[in-house]
Write a protein that binds this ligand. Structure first.
Ligand SMILES: [Mg+2]
Length: 401
């Protein structure tokens, strides 16, 4: 589905005169200028404003009655809100001198509930139920913070499984992923069924029975084609099937999930807001929820999504990769572990080994785990020299290409 990505980001810097908050919307090339214009439309919400109450400010942006017409709560405008909200959280965490996961993990259940917009999800999750989930996780938070610092959070890698690698390379990269200590790998599928059957067989041979091998179709199929394709791969026991069809097709996902059971369905990187996640959960259409840090409206809406997933008992395994998405989602999973679900069981954060060198506080993945970030902020800040080199259209990378 994405044959020619040119990884890009519409990048936001907010300054309060002492500290800077950084945020971005990840795009894959054309359209990044549209994304940037959408972010600019939000300037009145932050310039010269008191930004201490991020629950209130987030809702103000989402309910701008004119900008809302462009969504509501989906697409370019929603991603713009995400970039700004995440930059505000980066600023807040830097001012507090804490990594974001820890800032959130040390907030009271009442404060966390105050960050969430319950409109449209109250039929499944009320503020009182959210409080109950968070209060249940309160005992043991300090111990879990210690454990996280000690052991990190499990990661999986997509590196072996890109389409277009020959069989020898697939074999070698699977072996490397095992040697590197990853607890799971993922193969991209959906271009050619015969190829996929062979690739899956090779990956299974190298990784062994029982090792989790997920597959990712990136929205390639209609419902019927998805069922047919996945059944052909079922002898190799896929750990989950990711994005089998359109991210908007809640009922289609439910049909696929029933038809391919017990193989689980995973989705979320293109799910536009908490409402669609609510429906996917209500219809038991997904078994793994793959939130994205920069598609829904930033940290606040992702807290709503984490709470919904906890209510339904569905593990969250965030989407990452892109530009800086690994850097962001680690904070959300770690907050989930400490303050929401209290467990890392059956949960992994995606890891893709590229573009981390552009960030001032890049992820540290060792022996198959994300080490908990320690630097203040949301790990969202790119290095000034990377920004200067890549800024469109005048940066040297563009000028000289
Ligand atoms: Mg994917």
């Amino acid at each position: 589905m994405n044959p020619d990505p040119d990884y890009s980001a519409a990048y936001v810097v907010l300054s309060d005169g002492e500290c800077e908050g950084h945020g971005f919307a990840f795009t894959i090339g054309r359209g990044n200028d549209i994304q940037t214009a959408a972010i600019r439309a939000l300037e009145p919400y932050v310039l010269g404003r008191d930004v201490s109450d991020l629950g209130a400010l987030y809702k103000e942006m989402v309910y701008d009655s004119q900008l809302r017409w462009l969504g509501p709560e989906k697409g370019v405008m929603h991603m713009a809100i995400s970039a700004v909200v995440n930059a505000l959280w980066d600023l807040k965490a830097k001012r507090a001198g804490k990594p974001l996961w820890r800032l959130l993990a040390e907030m009271s259940p009442e404060e966390i509930v105050g960050l969430v917009d319950f409109r449209y999800i109250g039929d499944e999750l009320t503020p009182d139920e959210a409080l109950e989930i968070l209060r249940r996780a309160e005992p043991g938070r300090a111990e879990r913070i210690e454990k996280l610092l000690e052991t990190g959070y499990p990661a999986y890698t997509t590196s072996p499984g890109w389409l277009g690698y020959d069989d020898e390379k697939l074999r070698r990269l699977c072996k490397e992923a095992l040697d590197d200590g990853f607890k799971q790998i993922k193969l991209k599928v959906g271009a050619d069924l015969e190829d996929d059957v062979r690739r899956m067989r090779i990956a299974r041979e190298v990784c062994g029975e029982g090792f989790p091998i997920a597959i990712d179709a990136n929205q390639r199929w209609d419902v019927g084609a998805a069922i047919h394709w996945i059944k052909a791969l079922s002898p190799y026991s896929p750990h989950w099937v990711e994005e089998p069809t359109s991210p908007d097709d809640v009922l289609g996902h439910a049909t696929i999930a029933r038809a391919i059971a017990p193989i689980p369905v995973a989705t979320g990187e293109h799910v536009q807001n908490r409402v669609i996640f609510k429906q996917l959960l209500q219809k038991r259409a997904l078994s793994y929820l793959q939130l994205d840090a920069a598609r829904v409206a930033g940290v606040n809406e992702n807290i709503a999504i984490l709470l919904l997933a906890a209510k339904f008992g569905v593990p969250v395994c965030p989407h990452a990769g892109g530009v800086g998405l690994c850097e962001l989602v680690q904070h959300l999973s770690m907050f989930d572990y400490v303050s929401v679900t209290g467990t890392m069981e059956n949960r992994v954060i995606e890891y893709v080994d590229h573009l981390h060198e552009h960030f001032t506080d890049p992820v540290v993945v060792e022996n198959g785990v994300y080490r908990a970030p320690l630097a203040p902020g949301f790990s969202a800040e790119m290095r000034p020299e990377s920004i200067a080199a890549h800024v469109f259209p005048d940066g040297p990378v563009w000028r000289d290409s």
